[in-house]
Ligand binder design. Sequence first.
Ligand code: MG
Length: 381
Amino acid sequence: MSARKQMSWYAGASDVGLIRADNEDAYLMEPPLFAVADGLGGHQAGEVASQLAIEVLFANAPKRADAKALGRAVRAANAAVIEAAAEGRGRAGMGTTLTAAMVEGARIAIAHVGDSRAYLLNGGQLVQLTQDHSMVADMVRSGTLSPENARVHPNRSVITRALGSDPNMVADTFEVEALPGDRLLLCSDGLFGMITDDAIYQVLATAPSPEAAVARLITAANDAGGQDNITAVVVDITGSSAAPSGSSGRSSASDVAPAASGAGHVWPGRVLWLVLAAAVVFGAYWGATAYARSQAFLIAENGYVAVYQGVPGSVAGIQLNWRQSVSEVPVTALDPVTAARLASGIRVEGLPAAYAVLDGYRSLIPSASVTPSSAEPTATP
Ligand code: MG
């Protein structure tokens, strides 16, 4: 083991909270694999289910950030929990949530069942990556319940999908491209049920290390009442594909390599803006225009991905962008991080790069919905 107090690129902890007698949550930190499980079934059963799910997930996990393969590992965990209950280990009816993340460079593969969550602090914005499989989440999605009322709804702990009951259960699986400097959080409902997303954002955006973030999150949940077991795993995205793997340390963050990241969330774009603004203010409008024409971005427009030449927004009140085409690719077909980034625009170096990114999106959506686009101009003004 290396010296303690070293900065680590990930950390995690679980706390029983202030009300419950037992902790039925479990978590895993075996880089590049991280997971949180929240056991169901009461005394001496929830613990069995969550711990077993974590162990079987680890034993079956892929080596790469492959969401489909990770989903198969979650299915193996499901089968193991069902089998254990049938054999009298734990208790019939026991179950568990399972939210697993495989981090490879800036790529994150997620497999998820239940109402634990994965969040990503992405370019300074908090994005909830996973959708809760719960009754209140269904009601929020259908518009019959507000997110605020969901937090206090009497049936808020009723989940609609979990490991341990249905042999045909399928996990939600997807991959996201994070940015270096992003921060991933996996947590049980004992965290986000006690504190708001805004409070979670504040901690993730300001804590100097994953360890500090985990400690602050758990303290905040307990300060808010600690009504459930609280588990949080925080992983800093370094963007390096040679993520330190080190020796294994399940439920222990003390023996990992020092952080390779921790730099803030400064986007190169910010510097660019200043240069552009200065160029415009000092009358070098042509210079700014010439630069902008060499740039491109993709942005969500009426629910579809649009391609623009130029830079998003306006500089000193002047628009420096020109729409090229609106594609047939719906934003809803893309992963949550990409969708969130498309809201403000994803900048690339020039139009050919923009169309290459768009082709990448097309390859991710069912081929039936892709029609050859004839509207892509190749010449620019
Ligand atoms: Mg819970």
